[in-house]
Design a binder for this molecule. Structure first.
Ligand code: CP3
Length: 347
């Protein structure tokens, strides 16, 4: 029997609407916090296969999700390229910022797979211990989002330094994006080789770029990554999540060659249904709805399920689970998705 997530991404109508949540493993889960407290830093967790595999499986065990997403981070790629990353408690990631062309020249793609070998080992271990209906999702950050952290040196709301660098040092920034594009495709293919059945590309900061910049730094690299993955492993679906791109979602859906498109919380589902044909949609429950009253939360789940009825769809959030989320709210969402009428799916 085909796993529901894989069926939906192939454009079939699965026996049930598959559900998983971005950031389904993490700080809102007491079992994650317990492991985190007894380990070193966050990146140590990512590079320790038995712990990372255990954390990957925690939400699958607790909720019976239709997918396990590899426990790691998008910033392991810059880390593996020689741009050192640290996670400061309560502050988020810090990177040695890329300030000029010379710093781009010092990045070392040759060491990528050696440094990321523990991540591949995590994938192997999870693949070997998944329930039969659960699919394993590998992932990476998209080149623009990863480059934005590398230039900025930390998180940001607007990524002005990264946008300035892209305009002021166009050649150097293009080399950085090209290097990340190839490294990311290599990295995703290595995860697939280790047992990932689906891969997702997170372009969390695609929404800060104006159109011409977004085409060059988001759409083109993602298209190249999808093409490389599809050429080498045509059976593995790719989901792209270009958060915040608004009406440009139509260009991404039409031009990427991806099997799945992740919708952020702001996308109107009736619009998406009309304009994003021929691709499986994923999303887009507001993570903040999980912090609110239960009846309103469940009504939102039913609204989204109704709007996507009868077309290939994966139930998810429009961004990651927030750390302050009650684990019971996640259980209630999964239960409500499971209760969505299957007839409606076939409408
Ligand atoms: O979804 C999952 O459960 C799989 C694991 C996963 C993590 N990060 C674990 C994590 C995934 C898929 C990511 C993706 C990621 N990481 C993105 C893209 C998605 C998005 O949220 O927009 C981005 C931008 C990052 C970079 C990142 N990692 C930041 C900015 C931070 C600090 C802020 C925060 O949310 O904590 C992280 C840390 C991080 N990544 C944690 C986890 C569980 C928290 C680490 C801790 O325990 O302190």
């Amino acid at each position: 029997l085909t796993k529901p997530l894989l069926a939906a991404l192939r454009g079939e109508t699965p026996a049930r609407i598959p559900v998983w949540l971005m950031r389904q493993a993490g700080r809102y889960l007491p079992e994650y916090r317990a492991l985190r407290a007894s380990s070193g830093g966050f990146l140590d967790l990512c590079y320790t296969p038995d712990l990372a595999a255990e954390i990957t499986l925690q939400p699958v065990r607790r909720y019976g999700m239709d997918a396990a997403i590899l426990f790691s981070d998008i910033l392991v790629v810059p880390d593996a390229l020689g741009c050192e990353v640290t996670f400061v408690e309560g502050l988020g990631p810090r990177l040695a910022p890329i300030g000029n062309a010379a710093a781009v020249g010092r990045l070392a793609p040759a060491g990528l797979h050696e440094r990321l070998a523990p991540v591949y080992e995590t994938v192997r271990r999870v693949a070997a211990s998944l329930p039969p209906q659960t699919a394993l999702i590998g992932f990476a950050g998209a080149p623009w989002t990863v480059a934005a952290y590398m230039v900025e040196g930390e998180g940001s709301k607007e990524f002005v330094q990264a946008r300035r660098f892209a305009r002021a040092e166009r050649g150097a920034f293009a080399r950085l994006i090209d290097l990340l594009t190839e490294a990311t495709a290599d990295y995703l293919l290595a995860q697939i080789h280790a047992g990932a059945e689906v891969v997702q590309l997170f372009d969390s900061w695609a929404g800060v770029l104006p159109e011409p910049e977004r085409e060059r730094w988001c759409l083109e690299p993602a298209r190249r990554i999808v093409a490389r993955v599809r050429a080498a492993r045509p059976e593995v679906p790719v989901i792209v999540f270009p958060r915040g791109v608004g009406a440009a979602y139509a260009r991404f859906a039409a031009l990427l060659g991806a099997q799945g498109i992740g919708l952020d919380t702001t996308v109107c589902l009736e619009w998406a249904r009309r304009e994003l044909a021929g691709v499986c949609l994923q999303g887009n429950l507001d993570p903040v709805a999980l912090l609110g009253p239960r009846d309103a939360l469940l009504a939102e789940v039913r609204r989204i399920g109704g709007a996507m009825a009868g077309r290939p769809f994966v139930f998810n959030l429009g961004h990651g689970v927030l750390p302050e989320t009650d684990p019971e709210a996640v259980a209630a969402v999964v239960e409500e998705v499971r209760a969505l009428p299957v007839e409606a799916m076939r409408r």
